[in-house]
Design a protein around this ligand. Structure first.
Ligand code: AMP
Ligand code: GLY
Length: 435
């Protein structure tokens, strides 16, 4: 099989790392990829939403399967584009069609979907510019903090959680009347604040059967103790100690099965990942959000815990026989610590040389924002090329053991302005106090 992965982050490096271990793989390409993915396959300089360039590349290189990493091409309809094209129709795409991608592309769509199928989620209402005054009044009926969500994709910035009514009303006004997030905030979902502890559950589905992948917890804020600005994610751990078998069973019965059945009932063909962001409220799961792709950096701990051949599983997704595929997990813990550029998630520098990569022991280095510098006469040099630079993943029989390895290597890898959170997993330690 010849495969093209779309994307350029740690998630795509983790996919590339895993797929390159498959006996079924012939050639692997990553568009556009990063300095890490070029060690698993060939990078091609094509943007993930340049469908015409992707089409040409897929045909010229007899690609059999396209694995879509980020949400953007899915929400823009890359799968539909393939199905509508005579030459592309028979090429498998891992990722839902446009309609299914609305689960992430529109918060209002996903809330309505959950309501239709009795899936537990926070109480909510949706407002537009025309109903702004109703929205301001609705806020008065809620208790702080207030949760306001831009309906459309807003580069991970569309959720705002103000603490006071005054701030919440100002924010709603900004989003609806002043188009704070452009067209993405033409509609705003206001919902009840759920108090609990967050985690993510990942599902791979062919539209009928499904595999529940390992659950993970990520660390979203830039500062230790989960303070400061939101980021794409600063680290992750899997498994999640408070998500025991009984909790996952509740997730399966109350959320996963109704989601898959709901999609089927509505005639939405869904082949790909469903990332379910959950709040554990006193032992009961509530959906915070759906994403139609894997998480980043969650993928960097979830994929290493899958022992089975990922390409074989993807074939099951494409051919509709996922239920026949073997699915074995690694019982060990996996942790990842994200090294980021100084200043991230605000302004940061690119182009700083990264050293120490070759001395890393006992961890897997997944590149995120890195690039290989053109140095024809010497050893290739790798430089920072994004806010999130490198994810350091480690295995351990305990979470502590895995974290120790990731933190040791976080000190070995060097570049100017390097920053990482030293408290990844710390909040979970109390769950192990009896063991
Ligand atoms: P997102 O930007 O969509 O990943 O979501 C941002 C974050 O907002 C989530 O990870 C949660 O921490 C938080 N959040 C979203 N909805 C709620 C809610 N209803 N109650 C409490 N926290 C929420
Ligand atoms: N780490 C969160 C996300 O990928 O959306």
């Amino acid at each position: 099989m010849n495969i093209l992965i779309l994307g350029s982050g740690g998630r795509e490096h983790a996919f590339a790392w895993k797929l390159s271990q498959s006996k079924k793989l012939n050639k692997l390409f990553i568009a556009p990829g990063n300095a890490g993915t070029s060690g698993c396959g060939t990078n091609v300089p094509i943007a993930v939403t340049d469908f015409e360039a992707i089409k040409k590349f897929v045909i010229d290189n007899t690609i059999n399967m396209v694995v879509v990493g980020p949400e953007d091409p899915l929400v823009k309809g890359i799968h539909d584009y393939f199905l509508a094209d005579e030459q592309l129709r028979n090429i498998s795409v891992i990722g839902p069609e446009k309609e299914g991608a609305q689960l992430e592309g529109s918060k209002d769509f996903s809330k309505q979907f959950m309501m239709r199928h009795g899936i537990p989620t926070a109480r909510y209402e949706t407002f537009t510019k025309d109903t702004l005054n109703k929205g301001l009044k609705f806020l008065e009926t809620l208790q702080p903090p207030y949760v306001l969500k831009a309906d459309g994709l807003a580069a991970g910035k569309g959720v705002v959680i103000p603490n006071t009514l005054e701030e919440a009303q100002k924010e709603l006004n900004e989003m609806l009347a002043n188009a704070k997030f452009g067209n993405a905030s033409a509609k705003v979902v206001i919902e009840e604040f759920l108090k609990g502890i967050e985690l993510s559950v990942f599902v791979l589905t062919d539209g009928n059967s499904y595999k529940i992948l390992p659950a993970a917890k990520d660390y979203k804020r830039i500062g230790e103790g989960d303070t400061g600005l939101n980021t794409g994610g600063m680290g992750a751990v899997s498994p999640v100690p408070f998500a025991d078998a009984a909790f996952i069973k509740k997730v399966e019965e109350r959320i996963i099965i109704p989601t898959i059945n709901g999609l089927k009932q509505e005639g939405i063909i869904y082949k790909g990942f469903i990332f379910i962001g959950l709040m554990n409220v006193n032992g009961n799961p509530y959906v915070i959000e759906y994403n139609v792709r894997m998480g980043d950096p969650e993928t960097e701990v979830v994929i290493p815990r899958i022992k089975s051949d990922l390409l074989d599983l993807f074939e099951g997704v494409a051919n509709g026989n996922l239920n026949e595929k073997s699915f074995e997990l690694d019982d060990r813990f996996a942790t990842t610590v994200m090294l980021v550029a100084g200043g991230y998630p605000e302004e940061y520098k690119k182009g700083d040389i990264i050293t120490g990569l070759e001395t890393v022991k006992d961890s897997i280095v997944f590149h995120a924002g890195t690039a290989q510098l053109p140095t024809p006469n010497s050893q290739p040099q790798i430089a920072t090329n994004g806010g999130r630079v490198i994810a350091i993943t480690s295995y351990g029989n305990t979470m502590e053991e895995a974290l120790r390895k990731s933190f040791t290597n976080a000190e070995i890898i060097q570049y100017q302005g390097k920053y990482y959170r030293g408290d990844i997993g710390k909040d979970l330690k109390s769950y192990f106090s009896l063991s």
